[in-house]
Design a protein around this ligand. Structure first.
Ligand SMILES: Cc1cc2nc3c(=O)[nH]c(=O)nc-3n(C[C@H](O)[C@H](O)[C@H](O)COP(=O)(O)OP(=O)(O)OC[C@H]3O[C@@H](n4cnc5c(N)ncnc54)[C@H](O)[C@@H]3O)c2cc1C
Length: 437
Protein backbone atom coordinates (compact mmCIF):
# COMPACT_ATOMS: atom_id res chain seq x y z
CA UNK A 1 0.00 0.00 0.00
CA UNK A 2 1.41 3.42 -0.99
CA UNK A 3 1.40 6.12 1.67
CA UNK A 4 1.40 9.87 1.20
CA UNK A 5 3.72 12.27 2.92
CA UNK A 6 3.20 15.69 1.37
CA UNK A 7 6.55 15.45 -0.47
CA UNK A 8 5.97 11.89 -1.62
CA UNK A 9 2.44 12.90 -2.54
CA UNK A 10 3.62 15.73 -4.84
CA UNK A 11 6.19 13.60 -6.64
CA UNK A 12 3.60 10.84 -7.05
CA UNK A 13 1.19 13.32 -8.62
CA UNK A 14 3.75 14.74 -11.08
CA UNK A 15 4.83 11.22 -12.16
CA UNK A 16 1.22 10.39 -12.95
CA UNK A 17 0.76 13.63 -14.88
CA UNK A 18 3.82 13.03 -17.04
CA UNK A 19 2.87 9.45 -17.80
CA UNK A 20 -0.54 10.70 -18.90
CA UNK A 21 0.70 12.92 -21.72
CA UNK A 22 0.25 10.48 -24.61
CA UNK A 23 -3.46 9.95 -23.84
CA UNK A 24 -6.14 12.12 -25.33
CA UNK A 25 -8.36 13.42 -22.57
CA UNK A 26 -12.15 13.15 -22.89
CA UNK A 27 -12.37 16.44 -21.04
CA UNK A 28 -13.03 19.26 -23.47
CA UNK A 29 -14.63 22.03 -21.45
CA UNK A 30 -13.02 25.02 -19.75
CA UNK A 31 -12.05 25.29 -16.11
CA UNK A 32 -14.95 25.64 -13.67
CA UNK A 33 -15.18 29.06 -12.13
CA UNK A 34 -14.67 28.45 -8.40
CA UNK A 35 -13.13 30.61 -5.67
CA UNK A 36 -9.36 30.06 -5.37
CA UNK A 37 -8.52 28.27 -2.13
CA UNK A 38 -5.27 27.01 -0.65
CA UNK A 39 -4.58 23.45 0.42
CA UNK A 40 -4.63 19.92 -0.95
CA UNK A 41 -7.63 19.69 -3.26
CA UNK A 42 -10.15 17.06 -2.19
CA UNK A 43 -13.17 16.82 -4.47
CA UNK A 44 -16.19 14.90 -3.16
CA UNK A 45 -18.84 13.92 -5.72
CA UNK A 46 -22.37 13.36 -4.40
CA UNK A 47 -24.17 15.20 -1.62
CA UNK A 48 -26.06 12.26 -0.15
CA UNK A 49 -25.42 11.08 3.42
CA UNK A 50 -22.11 9.60 2.30
CA UNK A 51 -20.58 12.59 0.47
CA UNK A 52 -21.91 15.08 3.03
CA UNK A 53 -20.37 13.09 5.89
CA UNK A 54 -17.01 12.68 4.17
CA UNK A 55 -16.78 16.40 3.29
CA UNK A 56 -17.69 17.41 6.83
CA UNK A 57 -15.38 14.98 8.63
CA UNK A 58 -12.46 15.70 6.29
CA UNK A 59 -12.59 19.38 7.28
CA UNK A 60 -12.97 18.39 10.92
CA UNK A 61 -9.87 16.16 10.69
CA UNK A 62 -7.82 18.78 8.87
CA UNK A 63 -9.13 22.34 8.50
CA UNK A 64 -6.35 23.15 6.01
CA UNK A 65 -7.74 20.90 3.29
CA UNK A 66 -9.44 22.49 0.31
CA UNK A 67 -12.64 20.41 0.14
CA UNK A 68 -15.24 20.90 -2.60
CA UNK A 69 -18.52 18.96 -2.64
CA UNK A 70 -20.09 18.59 -6.09
CA UNK A 71 -23.80 17.79 -6.13
CA UNK A 72 -26.22 18.03 -9.02
CA UNK A 73 -29.36 18.54 -6.93
CA UNK A 74 -30.22 22.02 -5.71
CA UNK A 75 -31.81 20.87 -2.45
CA UNK A 76 -31.07 17.97 -0.13
CA UNK A 77 -33.98 15.54 0.37
CA UNK A 78 -33.73 12.93 3.12
CA UNK A 79 -34.79 9.45 2.06
CA UNK A 80 -34.73 8.30 5.72
CA UNK A 81 -38.17 9.20 7.13
CA UNK A 82 -39.59 9.67 3.61
CA UNK A 83 -41.88 6.65 4.12
CA UNK A 84 -43.42 8.64 6.98
CA UNK A 85 -44.18 11.42 4.51
CA UNK A 86 -45.88 8.87 2.19
CA UNK A 87 -47.86 7.52 5.13
CA UNK A 88 -49.11 11.00 6.03
CA UNK A 89 -47.17 11.27 9.31
CA UNK A 90 -44.77 14.07 8.29
CA UNK A 91 -44.76 17.18 6.09
CA UNK A 92 -42.08 17.22 3.38
CA UNK A 93 -40.56 20.37 4.92
CA UNK A 94 -38.98 18.14 7.60
CA UNK A 95 -37.03 16.31 4.87
CA UNK A 96 -35.67 19.16 2.75
CA UNK A 97 -32.44 20.95 3.66
CA UNK A 98 -30.00 23.35 1.99
CA UNK A 99 -26.58 22.22 0.76
CA UNK A 100 -25.36 25.78 1.34
CA UNK A 101 -26.10 25.37 5.09
CA UNK A 102 -24.20 22.06 5.22
CA UNK A 103 -21.20 23.63 3.43
CA UNK A 104 -21.19 26.68 5.72
CA UNK A 105 -21.36 24.53 8.84
CA UNK A 106 -18.72 22.12 7.54
CA UNK A 107 -16.49 24.92 6.14
CA UNK A 108 -16.17 23.42 2.65
CA UNK A 109 -17.29 24.58 -0.77
CA UNK A 110 -20.55 23.39 -2.37
CA UNK A 111 -20.60 23.36 -6.17
CA UNK A 112 -23.97 22.68 -7.80
CA UNK A 113 -23.01 20.74 -10.94
CA UNK A 114 -23.19 17.30 -12.52
CA UNK A 115 -20.00 15.25 -12.97
CA UNK A 116 -19.74 13.78 -16.47
CA UNK A 117 -16.16 12.61 -17.11
CA UNK A 118 -13.05 11.53 -15.25
CA UNK A 119 -9.47 11.82 -16.49
CA UNK A 120 -7.48 9.81 -13.93
CA UNK A 121 -4.15 10.54 -15.55
CA UNK A 122 -4.65 14.31 -15.41
CA UNK A 123 -6.49 14.08 -12.05
CA UNK A 124 -9.32 16.08 -13.46
CA UNK A 125 -13.09 15.67 -13.52
CA UNK A 126 -15.47 17.33 -15.91
CA UNK A 127 -18.82 18.73 -14.88
CA UNK A 128 -21.59 20.41 -16.87
CA UNK A 129 -20.10 23.67 -15.55
CA UNK A 130 -16.44 23.07 -16.43
CA UNK A 131 -13.54 20.94 -15.21
CA UNK A 132 -11.93 20.74 -11.79
CA UNK A 133 -8.53 19.32 -10.81
CA UNK A 134 -8.17 17.14 -7.75
CA UNK A 135 -5.42 15.71 -5.59
CA UNK A 136 -7.85 13.31 -3.95
CA UNK A 137 -11.22 12.37 -5.46
CA UNK A 138 -14.05 10.83 -3.45
CA UNK A 139 -17.01 9.43 -5.38
CA UNK A 140 -20.27 8.90 -3.49
CA UNK A 141 -22.93 8.97 -6.24
CA UNK A 142 -25.34 6.42 -4.72
CA UNK A 143 -27.38 3.91 -6.71
CA UNK A 144 -29.63 3.63 -9.75
CA UNK A 145 -32.19 1.01 -10.80
CA UNK A 146 -31.54 -2.10 -12.85
CA UNK A 147 -34.91 -2.65 -14.56
CA UNK A 148 -33.54 -5.58 -16.58
CA UNK A 149 -33.47 -7.50 -13.26
CA UNK A 150 -37.30 -7.55 -13.34
CA UNK A 151 -37.54 -8.34 -17.03
CA UNK A 152 -37.95 -4.77 -18.29
CA UNK A 153 -35.38 -4.17 -21.01
CA UNK A 154 -36.92 -1.75 -23.45
CA UNK A 155 -35.92 1.91 -22.77
CA UNK A 156 -39.41 3.33 -23.36
CA UNK A 157 -41.06 0.81 -21.02
CA UNK A 158 -38.42 1.46 -18.35
CA UNK A 159 -39.09 5.20 -18.56
CA UNK A 160 -42.87 4.70 -18.45
CA UNK A 161 -42.57 2.36 -15.47
CA UNK A 162 -40.27 4.75 -13.62
CA UNK A 163 -42.55 7.72 -14.33
CA UNK A 164 -45.79 6.02 -13.33
CA UNK A 165 -44.90 3.41 -10.69
CA UNK A 166 -41.49 4.54 -9.42
CA UNK A 167 -39.66 2.64 -6.71
CA UNK A 168 -39.21 5.75 -4.58
CA UNK A 169 -35.71 4.80 -3.45
CA UNK A 170 -33.64 7.50 -5.16
CA UNK A 171 -35.33 10.87 -5.61
CA UNK A 172 -38.00 13.14 -4.21
CA UNK A 173 -39.78 13.18 -7.60
CA UNK A 174 -40.41 9.46 -7.31
CA UNK A 175 -41.76 9.85 -3.78
CA UNK A 176 -43.98 12.69 -4.97
CA UNK A 177 -45.47 10.45 -7.71
CA UNK A 178 -46.19 7.69 -5.17
CA UNK A 179 -47.84 10.22 -2.86
CA UNK A 180 -50.03 11.50 -5.70
CA UNK A 181 -51.06 7.92 -6.52
CA UNK A 182 -52.05 7.38 -2.89
CA UNK A 183 -54.04 10.61 -2.78
CA UNK A 184 -56.04 9.48 -5.86
CA UNK A 185 -56.38 5.88 -4.75
CA UNK A 186 -60.02 4.77 -4.35
CA UNK A 187 -59.82 0.96 -4.11
CA UNK A 188 -57.93 -2.09 -5.34
CA UNK A 189 -54.38 -3.45 -5.16
CA UNK A 190 -51.36 -1.31 -4.44
CA UNK A 191 -48.31 -3.38 -5.29
CA UNK A 192 -44.84 -3.07 -3.70
CA UNK A 193 -41.79 -5.15 -4.52
CA UNK A 194 -38.62 -5.90 -2.56
CA UNK A 195 -35.64 -6.45 -4.88
CA UNK A 196 -33.07 -9.21 -5.07
CA UNK A 197 -29.52 -8.69 -3.82
CA UNK A 198 -28.44 -6.09 -1.27
CA UNK A 199 -30.64 -3.11 -1.91
CA UNK A 200 -30.96 0.36 -0.47
CA UNK A 201 -32.55 0.30 3.00
CA UNK A 202 -33.40 -3.34 3.65
CA UNK A 203 -36.29 -2.56 6.03
CA UNK A 204 -37.93 0.03 3.87
CA UNK A 205 -40.27 -2.02 1.60
CA UNK A 206 -41.78 -3.68 4.71
CA UNK A 207 -42.07 -0.38 6.61
CA UNK A 208 -43.68 1.19 3.56
CA UNK A 209 -46.24 -1.64 3.34
CA UNK A 210 -47.24 -0.93 6.97
CA UNK A 211 -47.48 2.83 6.48
CA UNK A 212 -49.52 2.61 3.27
CA UNK A 213 -51.84 0.03 4.83
CA UNK A 214 -52.21 2.36 7.84
CA UNK A 215 -53.06 5.23 5.47
CA UNK A 216 -55.75 3.11 3.75
CA UNK A 217 -57.27 2.19 7.11
CA UNK A 218 -57.30 5.78 8.40
CA UNK A 219 -58.89 7.09 5.19
CA UNK A 220 -61.34 4.17 4.88
CA UNK A 221 -59.93 3.31 1.46
CA UNK A 222 -60.84 -0.19 0.31
CA UNK A 223 -57.28 -0.86 -0.75
CA UNK A 224 -54.93 -3.76 -0.19
CA UNK A 225 -51.11 -3.64 -0.20
CA UNK A 226 -49.50 -6.60 -1.96
CA UNK A 227 -45.81 -6.92 -1.14
CA UNK A 228 -43.85 -9.24 -3.43
CA UNK A 229 -40.56 -10.51 -1.99
CA UNK A 230 -38.08 -13.04 -3.45
CA UNK A 231 -37.04 -13.95 0.13
CA UNK A 232 -38.86 -16.43 2.34
CA UNK A 233 -39.17 -13.79 5.07
CA UNK A 234 -38.43 -10.04 5.46
CA UNK A 235 -34.74 -9.19 4.96
CA UNK A 236 -34.50 -7.66 8.47
CA UNK A 237 -36.65 -7.62 11.62
CA UNK A 238 -38.66 -10.54 10.21
CA UNK A 239 -40.47 -11.24 13.50
CA UNK A 240 -41.35 -7.59 14.03
CA UNK A 241 -42.65 -7.07 10.50
CA UNK A 242 -44.55 -10.36 10.25
CA UNK A 243 -46.31 -9.74 13.56
CA UNK A 244 -47.17 -6.15 12.48
CA UNK A 245 -48.60 -7.43 9.16
CA UNK A 246 -50.66 -9.99 10.99
CA UNK A 247 -51.76 -8.15 14.14
CA UNK A 248 -52.21 -4.61 12.81
CA UNK A 249 -53.22 -4.97 9.19
CA UNK A 250 -54.81 -8.41 8.70
CA UNK A 251 -56.27 -8.49 5.19
CA UNK A 252 -54.94 -5.04 4.25
CA UNK A 253 -51.43 -6.45 3.64
CA UNK A 254 -50.81 -9.57 1.59
CA UNK A 255 -47.18 -10.65 1.85
CA UNK A 256 -46.13 -12.80 -1.10
CA UNK A 257 -42.83 -14.30 0.06
CA UNK A 258 -40.52 -16.50 -2.08
CA UNK A 259 -41.96 -14.87 -5.20
CA UNK A 260 -39.83 -13.63 -8.09
CA UNK A 261 -40.89 -10.77 -10.36
CA UNK A 262 -40.27 -11.88 -13.95
CA UNK A 263 -41.82 -9.02 -15.89
CA UNK A 264 -43.90 -5.87 -15.63
CA UNK A 265 -46.28 -4.37 -18.17
CA UNK A 266 -46.83 -0.86 -16.83
CA UNK A 267 -49.28 -0.01 -19.65
CA UNK A 268 -51.66 -2.84 -18.61
CA UNK A 269 -50.78 -2.58 -14.88
CA UNK A 270 -49.67 -6.20 -14.75
CA UNK A 271 -46.81 -7.83 -12.85
CA UNK A 272 -45.75 -11.30 -13.91
CA UNK A 273 -44.28 -13.43 -11.12
CA UNK A 274 -42.99 -17.00 -11.19
CA UNK A 275 -46.45 -18.04 -9.86
CA UNK A 276 -49.01 -15.94 -11.70
CA UNK A 277 -49.92 -12.52 -13.06
CA UNK A 278 -51.14 -9.77 -10.75
CA UNK A 279 -53.25 -6.88 -12.00
CA UNK A 280 -52.63 -3.81 -9.87
CA UNK A 281 -54.26 -0.40 -9.47
CA UNK A 282 -51.25 1.47 -8.12
CA UNK A 283 -47.75 0.68 -7.02
CA UNK A 284 -44.09 1.37 -6.31
CA UNK A 285 -42.03 -1.18 -8.19
CA UNK A 286 -38.52 -1.55 -6.86
CA UNK A 287 -36.02 -3.37 -9.13
CA UNK A 288 -32.55 -4.47 -8.08
CA UNK A 289 -30.21 -1.53 -7.42
CA UNK A 290 -26.82 -1.03 -9.03
CA UNK A 291 -24.05 1.46 -8.37
CA UNK A 292 -24.63 4.80 -10.11
CA UNK A 293 -23.60 4.45 -13.75
CA UNK A 294 -20.64 6.82 -13.48
CA UNK A 295 -18.82 4.11 -11.49
CA UNK A 296 -19.04 1.77 -14.50
CA UNK A 297 -18.48 4.58 -17.02
CA UNK A 298 -15.25 5.60 -15.26
CA UNK A 299 -14.04 1.96 -15.18
CA UNK A 300 -14.14 1.77 -11.38
CA UNK A 301 -16.51 -1.19 -10.90
CA UNK A 302 -15.77 -4.83 -10.02
CA UNK A 303 -15.73 -6.92 -13.19
CA UNK A 304 -18.04 -9.72 -12.01
CA UNK A 305 -20.29 -7.76 -9.70
CA UNK A 306 -23.98 -7.99 -10.79
CA UNK A 307 -24.67 -4.64 -9.12
CA UNK A 308 -21.66 -2.94 -10.77
CA UNK A 309 -20.33 -1.90 -7.38
CA UNK A 310 -16.97 -0.20 -6.91
CA UNK A 311 -13.70 -2.10 -6.94
CA UNK A 312 -12.23 -0.81 -3.69
CA UNK A 313 -10.00 -1.89 -0.86
CA UNK A 314 -12.81 -2.73 1.62
CA UNK A 315 -10.93 -1.39 4.64
CA UNK A 316 -9.58 1.88 3.24
CA UNK A 317 -12.09 2.55 0.42
CA UNK A 318 -9.52 3.55 -2.23
CA UNK A 319 -10.00 2.25 -5.79
CA UNK A 320 -7.72 -0.79 -6.05
CA UNK A 321 -5.51 0.72 -8.75
CA UNK A 322 -5.40 4.28 -7.47
CA UNK A 323 -4.85 5.59 -3.93
CA UNK A 324 -6.07 9.01 -4.96
CA UNK A 325 -9.63 7.86 -5.68
CA UNK A 326 -12.01 6.76 -2.92
CA UNK A 327 -15.52 5.36 -3.44
CA UNK A 328 -18.14 5.23 -0.70
CA UNK A 329 -21.79 5.02 0.25
CA UNK A 330 -24.36 2.75 -1.34
CA UNK A 331 -22.13 1.92 -4.34
CA UNK A 332 -19.63 0.08 -2.09
CA UNK A 333 -19.34 -3.69 -2.76
CA UNK A 334 -19.19 -4.82 0.88
CA UNK A 335 -22.45 -6.45 2.03
CA UNK A 336 -23.14 -3.76 4.64
CA UNK A 337 -26.63 -2.36 4.96
CA UNK A 338 -27.15 0.27 2.27
CA UNK A 339 -28.21 2.83 4.81
CA UNK A 340 -27.56 6.41 5.82
CA UNK A 341 -26.22 5.33 9.21
CA UNK A 342 -23.61 3.10 7.53
CA UNK A 343 -22.72 5.94 5.11
CA UNK A 344 -22.27 8.39 8.01
CA UNK A 345 -20.13 6.12 10.21
CA UNK A 346 -18.10 4.90 7.23
CA UNK A 347 -17.67 8.56 6.16
CA UNK A 348 -16.01 9.33 9.49
CA UNK A 349 -13.57 6.45 8.94
CA UNK A 350 -12.79 7.45 5.32
CA UNK A 351 -12.01 11.01 6.41
CA UNK A 352 -9.51 9.60 8.92
CA UNK A 353 -7.96 7.30 6.29
CA UNK A 354 -7.45 10.14 3.82
CA UNK A 355 -6.03 12.62 6.32
CA UNK A 356 -3.76 10.00 7.88
CA UNK A 357 -2.39 8.95 4.49
CA UNK A 358 -1.66 12.56 3.60
CA UNK A 359 0.67 12.54 6.62
CA UNK A 360 2.23 9.22 5.63
CA UNK A 361 0.29 7.36 8.34
CA UNK A 362 -2.45 4.77 8.36
CA UNK A 363 -5.50 4.11 10.54
CA UNK A 364 -7.13 0.93 11.75
CA UNK A 365 -10.39 -0.13 10.15
CA UNK A 366 -13.48 0.34 12.29
CA UNK A 367 -16.82 -1.21 11.50
CA UNK A 368 -19.60 1.00 10.18
CA UNK A 369 -22.80 0.87 12.20
CA UNK A 370 -26.28 0.45 10.80
CA UNK A 371 -29.16 1.80 12.88
CA UNK A 372 -32.50 1.40 11.19
CA UNK A 373 -35.86 2.29 12.78
CA UNK A 374 -39.06 1.19 11.05
CA UNK A 375 -42.38 2.80 11.89
CA UNK A 376 -44.76 -0.14 11.68
CA UNK A 377 -47.81 1.50 13.28
CA UNK A 378 -49.25 4.98 12.67
CA UNK A 379 -51.87 5.37 15.43
CA UNK A 380 -50.27 5.21 17.89
CA UNK A 381 -46.86 5.61 16.29
CA UNK A 382 -44.80 2.49 17.09
CA UNK A 383 -41.47 1.37 15.67
CA UNK A 384 -39.07 -1.56 15.64
CA UNK A 385 -35.30 -1.36 15.25
CA UNK A 386 -32.36 -3.17 13.76
CA UNK A 387 -28.74 -2.44 14.75
CA UNK A 388 -25.80 -4.00 12.92
CA UNK A 389 -22.03 -3.92 13.00
CA UNK A 390 -19.69 -6.04 10.87
CA UNK A 391 -16.49 -8.04 11.02
CA UNK A 392 -14.32 -9.73 8.42
CA UNK A 393 -13.74 -13.44 8.92
CA UNK A 394 -10.13 -14.06 7.91
CA UNK A 395 -10.73 -17.83 7.65
CA UNK A 396 -13.62 -17.71 5.21
CA UNK A 397 -12.61 -14.32 3.73
CA UNK A 398 -16.23 -13.21 4.09
CA UNK A 399 -18.00 -10.46 6.00
CA UNK A 400 -20.37 -11.39 8.82
CA UNK A 401 -22.45 -9.56 11.42
CA UNK A 402 -20.58 -8.69 14.61
CA UNK A 403 -22.00 -10.34 17.75
CA UNK A 404 -23.43 -7.10 19.08
CA UNK A 405 -25.81 -6.77 16.09
CA UNK A 406 -29.37 -6.95 17.38
CA UNK A 407 -32.99 -6.77 16.22
CA UNK A 408 -35.65 -5.16 18.43
CA UNK A 409 -38.88 -6.70 17.17
CA UNK A 410 -41.36 -5.61 19.83
CA UNK A 411 -42.96 -2.46 18.45
CA UNK A 412 -43.13 0.44 20.88
CA UNK A 413 -43.82 4.17 21.18
CA UNK A 414 -40.37 4.53 22.77
CA UNK A 415 -38.72 3.33 19.53
CA UNK A 416 -41.05 5.64 17.56
CA UNK A 417 -39.79 8.61 19.59
CA UNK A 418 -36.19 7.45 19.09
CA UNK A 419 -36.80 7.41 15.31
CA UNK A 420 -37.25 11.19 15.37
CA UNK A 421 -34.37 11.71 17.81
CA UNK A 422 -32.05 9.71 15.54
CA UNK A 423 -33.05 11.70 12.44
CA UNK A 424 -33.00 15.03 14.27
CA UNK A 425 -29.46 14.53 15.54
CA UNK A 426 -28.20 13.77 12.01
CA UNK A 427 -30.04 16.72 10.44
CA UNK A 428 -28.65 18.98 13.13
CA UNK A 429 -25.12 17.63 12.78
CA UNK A 430 -25.17 18.09 9.01
CA UNK A 431 -27.32 21.19 8.41
CA UNK A 432 -27.79 23.03 11.73
CA UNK A 433 -31.52 23.10 12.55
CA UNK A 434 -33.22 20.58 14.85
CA UNK A 435 -36.44 19.71 13.01
CA UNK A 436 -38.25 17.68 15.64
CA UNK A 437 -37.78 19.63 18.89
C1 LIG B 1 -37.57 5.19 1.64
C2 LIG B 1 -36.20 5.09 2.24
C3 LIG B 1 -36.06 5.05 3.61
C4 LIG B 1 -34.80 4.97 4.18
N1 LIG B 1 -34.68 4.93 5.54
C5 LIG B 1 -33.45 4.85 6.10
C6 LIG B 1 -33.32 4.85 7.53
O1 LIG B 1 -34.31 4.88 8.26
N2 LIG B 1 -32.08 4.79 8.05
C7 LIG B 1 -30.97 4.76 7.27
O2 LIG B 1 -29.86 4.73 7.82
N3 LIG B 1 -31.06 4.76 5.91
C8 LIG B 1 -32.27 4.81 5.31
N4 LIG B 1 -32.39 4.82 3.94
C9 LIG B 1 -31.18 4.60 3.10
C10 LIG B 1 -30.40 5.86 2.81
O3 LIG B 1 -31.24 6.87 2.32
C11 LIG B 1 -29.29 5.57 1.81
O4 LIG B 1 -28.58 4.44 2.21
C12 LIG B 1 -28.35 6.76 1.73
O5 LIG B 1 -29.06 7.85 1.18
C13 LIG B 1 -27.12 6.44 0.90
O6 LIG B 1 -26.34 7.59 0.79
P1 LIG B 1 -25.41 7.84 -0.46
O7 LIG B 1 -24.76 9.14 -0.17
O8 LIG B 1 -24.57 6.66 -0.76
O9 LIG B 1 -26.39 7.97 -1.72
P2 LIG B 1 -27.46 9.11 -2.05
O10 LIG B 1 -28.16 9.55 -0.83
O11 LIG B 1 -28.29 8.59 -3.16
O12 LIG B 1 -26.61 10.32 -2.58
C14 LIG B 1 -25.94 10.29 -3.80
C15 LIG B 1 -25.87 11.73 -4.30
O13 LIG B 1 -24.99 11.79 -5.41
C16 LIG B 1 -25.53 12.71 -6.34
N5 LIG B 1 -24.96 12.39 -7.64
C17 LIG B 1 -25.02 11.20 -8.28
N6 LIG B 1 -24.36 11.26 -9.45
C18 LIG B 1 -23.87 12.53 -9.55
C19 LIG B 1 -23.11 13.20 -10.53
N7 LIG B 1 -22.73 12.59 -11.66
N8 LIG B 1 -22.77 14.48 -10.32
C20 LIG B 1 -23.16 15.13 -9.18
N9 LIG B 1 -23.90 14.54 -8.21
C21 LIG B 1 -24.25 13.25 -8.39
C22 LIG B 1 -27.04 12.46 -6.27
O14 LIG B 1 -27.77 13.56 -6.75
C23 LIG B 1 -27.23 12.24 -4.77
O15 LIG B 1 -27.52 13.44 -4.11
C24 LIG B 1 -33.64 4.94 3.35
C25 LIG B 1 -33.80 4.99 1.97
C26 LIG B 1 -35.05 5.06 1.42
C27 LIG B 1 -35.20 5.13 -0.07
Amino acid sequence: MRQFSRRKFNSYVSRLTISALPFLSKIQSSKASLPIRKGIKVVVVGGGWSGLSIAKYLMRENAELNVTLIERRKTFFSLPLSNLWLGGLLPVSKLNYRFEDAAKLGKYLYFNAEVTELDRAKQRIETDKGWIDYDILVLAPGVEYDYASIGVNDAKTKAYLNENFPAGFVSINEQQTILEQLERFKSGLFVLTAPQGIYRCAASPYERACLIAGFFKRKNIKGKVVLIDPRDKPAVNDEGFLSAFDELYGDTIEYLNSTMVEGVDPHRNVIKTDFDEIKFDGGAIYPRTRAARIIEKFGLHQAKNKQFEADIDPFNYNFRDDNQIYIAGDCRPMPFSKSASVAISEGRHIAKVITARLQGKSVQWVTPESICYSMVNSIPEEAILSKSAYEFDQNTQHWRFAKRSKSYNIRSSKLATETYTWASSHFQNMFGPKPFD
